[in-house]
Design a binder for this molecule. Structure first.
Ligand code: AKB
Length: 325
């Protein structure tokens, strides 16, 4: 059952990463060669969008056959904080959908699969500074458990069936086009909205909480470069560590205040603090740098400036559109 290896499918296409990855893939590989798929409808071109739940294997198989899919970016995921609210759902969505994708990718002899792992794959006994590629992984969230399990499933599928499946361990991703939802690192996005909308923000982790972060353009470029790297260069089909910058919530608030002197940030840790405290403070991504040439571009300073510039324009646009109605 050999498929012509032509088109790309992006599941979870309406999410924070999916929205921007679909646009970047279409720019690189051609508009009609990228099919977006989600349980929420999005995008103007209905022909290039498939409404489906990736836990439904038959639905996924229909899409793969109909659009002759040769590569899948499988981004469907319930994130860390939402996963603690509903661990059964997190397991079902994150693992069943991945099993479906991997099995169908093997059956249809696909070229490649991309699956996002995360810093959440690490846990309380992982060394927290400059966390190595191969180290203790004992996550204590259901999301993190699905990330370790998923990495093992990807590696198993590579070893047993030769499927070229690639994973990156994303840090917290900061972006302005689509809000994140249900993650522990969401405060690093919400703070910009709070600052611009209300002049204040109540942060749900303490000021001294340090986590690895990345601005979305770096995350998208990393994904494209990683997927384009020759297979022979890759030395692991577990997740590759990936890093750009690391800072505390207090440092982030200070950076926002440099642009908006009247901004007030208060800190009121909630249950997400426990999750943040179980994750690395910084990541050693020498493997990515060496094997496929990863180099981040955005620092905290550059990210904050870009976020505020782009969100200001977005808020202005939304206001003008509301006034025109
Ligand atoms: C989350 O906070 O759950 C995600 C992640 C780090 O994977 N952003």
């Amino acid at each position: 059952m050999k498929n012509p290896k032509s088109r790309i499918l992006v599941t979870g296409s309406s999410g924070q990463i999916g929205t921007e990855l679909v646009a970047a893939l279409r720019k690189r590989y051609g508009q009609r060669n990228v099919i977006a798929c989600d349980i929420k409808r999005s995008g103007a071109d209905a022909e290039l969008f498939a409404l489906a739940d990736a836990t439904d294997r038959r639905a996924l198989e229909r899409i793969i056959r109909k659009h002759r899919i040769g590569t899948i970016y499988h981004l469907v995921s319930i994130l860390s904080a939402a996963g603690e609210e509903n661990p059964n759902l997190a397991w079902k969505v994150n693992i069943e959908s991945l099993r479906n994708v991997l099995e169908l990718a093997v059956r249809y002899k696909m070229e490649k699969v991309f699956w996002p792992s995360s810093i959440a794959a690490f846990g309380p006994h992982t060394p927290r500074t400059n966390t190595r590629q191969l180290t203790v992984m004992d996550p204590n969230t259901m999301y993190g458990i699905t990330k370790v399990t998923g990495e093992l499933l990807c590696n198993y599928t590579f070893t047993k069936f030769g499927l070229d499946v690639r994973c990156l361990r994303y840090p917290g991703i900061i972006s302005w086009k689509t809000p994140p939802g249900g993650g522990t690192t969401d405060y690093a996005v919400a703070i910009f909205h709070g600052a611009l909308r209300d002049g204040r923000y109540e942060c749900f982790v303490s000021a001294d909480t340090v986590l690895p972060m990345m601005y979305m353009p770096d995350a998208i470029r990393a994904t494209l470069e990683f997927m384009a790297a020759p297979r022979s260069r890759l030395r692991t089909h577990l997740g590759y560590n990936l890093s750009a910058m690391t800072f505390s919530a207090g440092e982030l608030a200070k950076e926002v205040k440099r642009h908006l002197p009247n901004f007030v940030c208060t800190f009121k840790p909630d249950e997400r603090q426990r999750i943040a405290d179980s994750w690395p403070r910084s990541i050693d991504d020498r493997g990515s740098r060496k094997d496929w040439g990863w180099r981040p571009r955005f620092t905290l300073r550059a990210t904050a400036a870009e976020m505020l510039k782009n969100l200001r324009l977005a808020y202005r646009g939304a206001k003008e559109a509301a006034e025109d109605k």
